[in-house]
Design a protein. Sequence first.
Length: 243
Amino acid sequence: MRRLRAAWRLLRVVLHGLHGLAIVLLLFPSLGRAQRHERVRWWSAGTLRLLGLRLDVQGAFRPGAKLVVSNHVSWIDIMSIHSVCPEARFVSKADVQRWPLIGRLVGAGGTLYIERERRRDAMRVVHQMAEALQAGDTVAVFPEGTTADGHTLLPFHANLLQAAIATATPVQPVAIRFSDSTAAISAAAQFVGDTTIAGSLWMLACADGLRVRLSVLPAQGTAHADRRALAQALRAQIAETLG
């Protein structure tokens, strides 16, 4: 029965994804900014629901331009944040563009892509982020640079924070934790090592009582901040929230 339930969940998620793709291809060109954001919110929240995830949110995102900084557990982190903050433009590794279906949907949210293998590419992305922040956009980054298992918080890379400092844009930290009916930190949400997107979807669909808790911490100023000190402070705040 568990496998049948998981298969049913996945079928509905695929259909939901195709519906979202049709909206992106057919409706997005004629939609305004607010209307696009509402579609992103609807699709992201629907993906969580159809996978059997319950979203718990503590705190609230500030209006206007901001840099959202979060720990990183899984690709589903993006949908979790978009369910509450659909205007967020994520900085993501370029590989995501090649993911079937998901890549196209993520790209519709105005994603900024970075070639992590090319160290100089970070500077290009920092300039793009700064332009977006100055235009009033919300940009979101995972400063760990990769996913962790939920038990460990990796060191935060400071380079992308420079975009917020240069534009004096507030930064808002977010702590993400996945739990389920058997564990305070769920293994079902892990997207580490050689886990594939298909394998991750199956683990999520098979989980019982899966919950994602989004703790949105207060925004803070960045003007004249030292980026390394800021990275360490943000990591400490998120670590304390995660316990």
